[in-house]
Design a binder for this molecule. Sequence first.
Ligand SMILES: [Zn+2]
Length: 245
Amino acid sequence: MPRSKMEFGRYMRQLELQDWGVEGQNRLGDSHVFMAGVGGLGSSAGIYLAAAGVGKITVCDSDRVELSNLTRQTLYGITDVGMPKATLAAQRLKAFNPQIEVEPNISEIDHAVAGGLIEGSDLVLDCLDNLETRVAMNRAIIAAGIPMIYAACSELTGHVSFLHPPETPCLECFVSRMPPAVEPPIPGFTPGVIGSLQAMEAIKHLVGIGETLKGRLLVFEGMEPRVDVLEIERDPDCPACRGLS
Ligand SMILES: [Zn+2]
């Protein structure tokens, strides 16, 4: 695929990284990422994916912007309250980088539609805020064999892991370790940090540099502050990936 000089000028500082180069940039440009949710995590992750030149991003969210979102959902401003997040997020990300394709989807994610939504994508970002929807997405990525970067946060704590079962555990293998999902208090910087780490994992995987968090759970504790990276294993009794090989 021919790429213009202007396009590479934009990406010059990142493609100077070891093992990135024009080839890595082209791999990123040929990638399609499905973002499940564009709230706090999605605002942060989405900006870095778009700016880095991920060729196609689908932003999926059925919610509308609420006033109490604005401390952390940095893609939106006061005049956006009441508007659909997916539509706005697609406009904003496209404005950051007109060289990429950004597709909005206002579907509600559930077991019935999750598989169809992620069809054709290379990677899923779990930027969701509730367990039920996460489980639907977990089942869909297992069925499709598409990797997913899980992230979740609550208060000043955040989690990130790279899931690609059966090579790694699935979400339901370690669900009991996840932060609570019922509207916890949360400052904006927690999803800012965690969404950035999610973008980092996504871009490393798509470009093909470094090591990802496969089989490991990064736990960020902002209050202390500290970061731990824990080994995680598949649960042989997991209801979602039991017997998968
Ligand atoms: Zn599992």
